[in-house]
Design a protein around this ligand. Structure first.
Ligand SMILES: Cc1cc2nc3c(=O)[nH]c(=O)nc-3n(C[C@H](O)[C@H](O)[C@H](O)COP(=O)(O)O)c2cc1C
Length: 220
């Protein structure tokens, strides 16, 4: 089983969010998974141009590091995404990566994968960022198993968050193994398929790659 961690803080080894991503990976390793960590901010990833070429062909016009990251995401059974709170949201680097994945929403490419999120804040807002990340991953078809985070202004917060993150890694592995049901998320997946079924159907002559994917999946 492969678990991928992605840290969206630009602070490299000094990142507190990194500590939480690493704790999730340590929990996953203890539970028997193979893990890998990506430092997103050390990579060169361009903005999505909204050219829709990926909808038509399955390929992106950019030749940058995103392709490697996407390949690692698609080759993983579980993913943990971490971002510090920047003005109430994820970092620009994390958002840039997410924006490059709009075909994953259209084609529900993360179906069958489990995700978890972690975040740290200077004073508040980590829960909103954890929820945001998990919501977006669920919109792409993944199933979220939980999150962990801390406000740096709370001295006990990080210690508790590290323990929670370690447990989260174990939970991630267990849920991948036993396929724990999350009916409320399955309902979201059904709604996304209804929503994008209408979109893909309407665009079938233009977004041929995505239309073919939908046909192959038996959704149209
Ligand atoms: C540009 C920027 C924006 C930030 N915005 C917020 C914020 O809205 N709320 C907050 O509590 N902390 C904010 N912070 C503080 C970081 O969230 C906090 O220091 C975090 O723990 C950093 O994580 P890292 O060590 O993983 O980089 C901000 C920091 C920066 C540099």
């Amino acid at each position: 089983m492969k678990i991928l961690g992605i840290n969206g803080s630009p602070r490299g080894d000094n990142s507190t969010t990194l500590k939480l991503v690493e704790a999730v990976l340590a929990g996953a390793e203890e539970a028997g998974a193979e893990t890998k960590l990506i430092d997103l901010c050390s990579l060169s990833i361009n903005y999505c141009h909204a050219c829709a070429v990926c909808y038509r062909t399955g390929e992106c016009v950019h030749d940058d590091d995103f392709g490697k990251v996407y390949g690692q995401i698609m080759g993983s059974d579980g993913i943990v995404l971490g971002s510090p709170v920047y003005f109430g949201s994820v970092t620009a680097q994390m958002k840039t990566m997410i924006d490059r994945m709009s075909d994953a929403v259209h084609c529900q490419l993360l179906l069958g994968k489990r995700v978890a999120s972690v975040s740290t804040a200077g004073s508040e807002g980590h829960r909103e960022v954890e929820e945001y990340i998990n919501r977006i991953m669920v919109a792409m078809g993944a199933t979220a198993v939980g999150s962990a985070g801390a406000d740096m202004a709370d001295p006990a917060g990080m210690e508790e968050a590290l323990e929670k993150a370690f447990d989260l890694g174990r939970t991630l592995v267990r849920e991948i193994e036993d396929g724990t049901a999350h009916p409320e998320q399955e309902m979201i997946h059904r709604r996304m398929r209804e929503r994008f079924g209408r979109v893909i159907g309407a665009k079938k002559d233009e977004w041929t790659h995505e239309y073919d994917h939908w046909k192959r999946m038996g959704w149209l």
